[in-house]
Ligand binder design. Structure first.
Ligand code: SF4
Length: 257
């Protein structure tokens, strides 16, 4: 048994505040944290409460409106947020900051603007496919507001280049639907906290979270941000367990030598 990791300094609390957008509440409840459903004391509920108490609001997802959140969800594929996030102001500066304008943009110029984000030709096409759906569905004028969650998700998944993670990003961060976004970070945190190598599929882990937590979109909205921030800042490939709010209950952290 290796020696236990202990905190060498006071609690680490990152400064996470930044621009982000929260969709209007589709379910008639305000966005005040006091109004959110209690996450409970299951695995993910305790994760949520511990992270909220330690680091507070994760300020996720970056963007100024539903369209920008959706654009970010496409651009972040196969790259970092640092890289993808730099594209949003460039699109604004070019005047391509809404779906109709993006469709008017000359494709070669749009591709060159997106070149630094990687896979730029593919991502240009993906954004154009998304924008075509966005305009056809009249999203900016409430065209999908009454569409049930499952049907909206199916429509997103039917768009070329939109897979489950991107669809769920858009579902929760652009449209305020109560879906958990699964990513490699969520699998890593689950493995380390539980001290096993179990690697649930996307659907399995999403179903686990949906079964445990109340289907409150603000819980889902915040939970993914908490997972991302935790893994970006401390639960890295080489973790900084001594700075982690979850150390006391983490099997991996407690067993490190
Ligand atoms: S204690 Fe370490 S391994 Fe466990 S969740 Fe925190 S950073 Fe990750």
């Amino acid at each position: 048994m290796g020696k236990h990791v202990t905190r060498k300094t006071g609690p680490f609390k990152p400064d996470l505040a930044r621009e982000r957008w929260i969709p209007p509440d589709n379910h008639g409840r305000p966005q005040d944290p006091a109004s959110w459903a209690h996450p409970g004391d299951g695995f993910w509920g305790r994760f949520f409460t511990t992270m909220w108490d330690a680091w507070g609001d994760p300020y996720w997802w970056p963007g100024r409106n539903a369209w920008e959140c959706a654009v970010g969800a496409v651009l972040v594929q196969n790259t970092t947020w640092k890289n993808a996030g730099r594209m949003i102001p460039l699109l604004r500066d070019a005047g391509w900051d809404n779906a109709p304008a993006l469709l008017e943009a000359p494709v070669p110029e749009l591709e060159q603007t997106l070149r630094p984000v990687g896979y730029y030709r593919m991502k240009t096409r993906k954004l154009r496919e998304l924008a075509t759906w966005w305009v056809a569905r009249d999203v900016d004028n409430g065209g999908v507001d009454k569409l049930p969650d499952e049907l909206l998700r199916d429509e997103l998944l039917s768009i070329w280049g939109i897979g489950p993670e991107t669809a769920d990003d858009i579902l929760v961060y652009s449209f305020g639907r109560p879906w958990f976004v699964v990513d490699a970070y969520a699998i890593r945190v689950r493995q380390r906290l539980l001290g096993n190598d179990a690697k649930p599929t996307y659907d399995e882990l999403q179903a686990e979270v949906h079964a445990e937590l109340p289907r409150d979109y603000m819980l889902m909205h915040q939970l993914h941000g908490m997972v991302v921030n935790l893994c970006k800042l401390v639960c890295r490939a080489k973790p900084k367990c001594e700075q982690c709010p979850l150390l006391d209950r983490c099997a991996f952290g407690q067993s490190r030598s």
